[in-house]
Design a protein around this ligand. Sequence first.
Ligand code: SF4
Ligand code: SF4
Length: 453
Amino acid sequence: MNLDAVQLQWKPSRFNAQSDNDEDGLVLYNSYTGAIASFSGEERNRVLECLRPEGAVGDHDAELRSGLIEHGFLVRGDTDELRRAMFLHQSMHAQDTMHLVLLVTEACNFRCNYCYESFPRASMRQEVIEGLEAYMEDRARTLNRLTISWHGGEPLLVPHIIERLSRSFMASCERSGAIYGAEMSTNGYYLTRERFEQMLDLQVERFMVTLDGEGAVHDTRRGLHGGGGTYQTIVDNLLSIKEVDRPFEINLRVNFDNSNLDSVSRFIPVLRNMFGDDPRFKVYFRPVGCMGGENDLNLPVCDERTKDIKIWEFNKQAIAEGLTVSSFISDTLLPTGAVCYAAKPNSLIVGSDGLLYKCSVALEQDNNRLGRIHRDGRLDLDYDKLALWTTSGEETDKDCQACFFRPACQGNHCPLFRMRTGQRPCSYEKRQIKRALQTIWLQNEADEARHSS
Ligand code: SF4
Ligand code: SF4
């Protein structure tokens, strides 16, 4: 079609969401493009005018309108956005990317009071390590990107396994030209500066470390197996890591429930004093949930309303104090950004004994045990179980199909939640989209002020 020959009709995208900001302006978001844009109080009404169905017609405010078109807030009148979303969903089946979550040990040196793991197995077996090396040597040939998540248990109990597998994966990716990257969830107890720099050399550049409050509060929640506090060791490690002059990202996760709401608030200035001057350290507040652990019935978990409110209160306070909030929030708003790895066809969890899983929580659930990896690199996979985890979202859920957040979530934010409750697993970011957008706007404002000072 000759676009110049016709007066194009535009319509607001069905994937738009908006929020006010604190300066009478507007924050706009589109879940299909992932664009987030903020507008001043002066621009606000002009933007809203352009986004009205009838305002999208005509050629007034051409410059503003072309910006809205470029970022997907306005789409051509004949665009079938539902088909676009379906196509995006299918694109997750592309074979050129892979994400492996490796449980290099299922043992842990901590016993957190809300933990759901049962620690049945220890270090990754030799035949599993060899199997992973052989599998990736072959698989990397068809990959553009490989991402490894080092998990446990506590992965730093077995740094020699991480080193061996990292070197093998890096070599396989280098031979095939695939991009390699890795991240790690660790309790931080063994994350000394020396160990940290070794991990950076192995291309682990994004870490998640949990601190649940000041010393005594953290220690009652996240003590050592066999007793003893962990706070001071973790903090000492983090402060020594701060001296490392290399790029990295450490997300300081703060878990909250009814028993530590006040102490989290008091902890934010403490974190600010330690890490407020270094945006490589970011904070990430998350509510404790009942995940099937033996202590579930005794956990003082917050109700849904409290969780939804507190997350954003803590984030707002943290930004006001000068901390940087984790990019996990803005990442969740990207296309496919809220989809759990369990729902992604090219993502697998490998247990220390070689069992293959989709979900890292329900390790004992039969339909989450998909098969195993063999010493020669062969994968035995039950494709019916694989399909169960990867097709339970927007394919059959009419509400998800109509949801403004569909391109980001695809009905798959947590397949386990849907399986166990029969309900839609909407994320906090979707349920509280206005607060999420305000938080991102506040962080951007703070970043700009930091850069200009
Ligand atoms: S399915 Fe749910 S519980 Fe399992 S890993 Fe994904 S988000 Fe976590
Ligand atoms: S699970 Fe919730 S957020 Fe996700 S697509 Fe469905 S309705 Fe939307």
